[in-house]
Design a protein around this ligand. Structure first.
Ligand SMILES: [Zn+2]
Length: 138
């Protein structure tokens, strides 16, 4: 990174911190705001909080129930219905995708790059496989 781009990065970060503190939002919520705008989702307070929570831990697979229990312990807990609606909104906007596994609640995936899934039924866990990992033998 050159000196110029380092300075620009520093300015950008400082500006984000400033906006965050002015609006009483966390940095995660500010990042979430630009993410939501990119997907043309109106950034309401609840959507921002849930997006920040959802994307705080990198790529992952999560059910509405699991996100709900994470949201319960935050400063602004939301209802299960809100979680459910927001996850559906995010997935229809293309921000996350929903995975349907028969006999299990819908699982939401924050990884939008092309990949396959390995589903372990006994532990109800999903593991990502890069799309290059599976070939078709003819
Ligand atoms: Zn996945």
């Amino acid at each position: 990174m050159g000196v110029q781009s380092k300075l620009m990065h520093y300015d950008h970060t400082r500006k984000l911190f400033q906006i965050a503190s002015e609006r009483g939002l966390s940095l995660g919520e500010i990042n979430a705001a630009s993410l939501l705008r990119r997907f043309r989702i109106r950034p309401t307070k609840q959507r921002l909080a849930l997006a920040a929570l959802l994307f705080a831990k990198g790529n992952r697979h999560i059910t509405a129930e699991e996100l709900w229990s994470e949201a319960k312990v935050t400063k602004a807990p939301v209802s299960y219905a809100t979680i459910y609606n927001v996850l559906n909104l995010f997935s229809s906007a293309g921000l996350i995708r929903s995975l349907t596994v028969e006999g299990h609640p819908t699982i939401y995936d924050t990884n939008m790059t092309p990949h396959h899934h390995l589903f372990f039924e006994d532990k109800v866990t999903i593991v990502d496989l890069p799309s290059s990992a599976i070939g078709v033998n003819r």
